[in-house]
Unconditional design. Structure first.
Length: 220
């Protein structure tokens, strides 16, 4: 049986604070909160390990099928489905933690950086890693899971462009930066050093709410 219900939207009362989210590969979510001294980083290491494990199981089974002259089997379909389900479950757990953090900090609006044209850029910069990065991260699916979890907490979610956010200093707005190693952003003008994903989430926040402030540039 199916029936429809009408649910009134949750509203975070007295909250004008905002937050910015930058999606990444090694750091799944970089969350910067208005007025907060620390940015929250949610690592993707365990998700990647799990994805790679089931990827190896799929490859072994496909090799066994090729020996018998087969291309597919019921077990192969189940392996693909299981890998996808575990990826989705991991993102749902992460999204709940992000939403709870925002709720505790009385965040009213979250800006999620949307990596438009990321596939083309990844192919140009990363070569053989392009397929791995794009296939492992379904950015659209991940952002929708995040949006659902945040909206359940009564938080408004907006997708915004993120071009240039990881190549600009969030402290002095300078383009004169160096990224060696790649995950560290060093500004030549003001001397600031911080994680590139943290710079991305802070710039997303600053671009969509000018005048936003925070103390320090730490990441937890």
């Amino acid at each position: 049986a199916k029936y429809a219900v009408e649910v009134s939207p949750k509203v975070v009362s007295g909250s004008g604070r905002v937050a910015g989210i930058d999606l990444g590969v090694r750091v799944a979510v970089s969350l910067s909160l208005e007025g907060a001294a620390q940015s929250r980083h949610f690592s993707a290491r365990e998700m990647q390990k799990d994805w790679d494990y089931w990827g190896r199981q799929i490859a072994c089974h496909m090799q066994a099928l090729s020996v018998r002259g087969l291309k597919s089997s019921q077990r192969l379909c189940l392996l693909y489905a299981k890998r996808r389900a575990r990826w989705r479950h991991a993102w749902q757990a992460l999204a709940r933690e992000v939403a709870s953090t925002c709720r505790r900090q009385c965040i009213g609006t979250v800006f999620i950086g949307w990596p438009k044209g990321i596939l083309k850029e990844v192919k140009t910069r990363h070569g053989k890693w392009a397929g791995r990065i794009h296939n492992f991260w379904g950015f659209d699916s991940a952002s929708r899971i995040l949006q659902t979890a945040l909206e359940r907490q009564g938080i408004l979610v907006r997708r915004v462009g993120e071009r240039g956010t990881s190549s600009t200093c969030p402290t002095c707005d300078s383009k004169a930066i160096v990224r060696r190693p790649r995950h560290v952003l060093a500004c030549k003008d003001c001397g600031a050093k911080l994680h590139a994903d943290q710079a991305g989430s802070r710039n997303i926040l600053r671009m969509n709410k000018p005048g936003v402030f925070w103390d320090g540039a730490k990441a937890a």
